[in-house]
Design a protein around this ligand. Structure first.
Ligand SMILES: [Zn+2]
Length: 51
C-alpha cells in the first residue's frame, strides 16, 4: 500500500492523506483516478487531454 502518489502533470509527491484534486481518466475500459498537487496542475492536464 502506498500513502503517497505523484502529480500526474508535474510529478510532485502528493500526501494522499491531505486533500488534493483528482480527475478520472478513461483509457479504453479502464477508469484511472489521477492525482494532482494543485487545481492549477489539474486544469493544465485537462487542457492537454482535450477534455
Ligand atoms: Zn503538479
Amino acid at each position: 500500500m502506498t500513502t503517497s502518489s505523484r502529480c500526474e502533470r508535474c510529478g510532485t509527491v502528493i500526501d494522499t492523506s491531505e486533500w488534493h484534486p483528482v480527475a478520472v481518466s478513461e483509457r479504453g475500459d479502464d477508469l484511472q483516478v489521477l492525482a494532482f498537487c494543485s487545481t492549477r496542475c489539474q486544469d493544465h492536464w485537462e487542457r492537454d487531454e482535450g477534455a
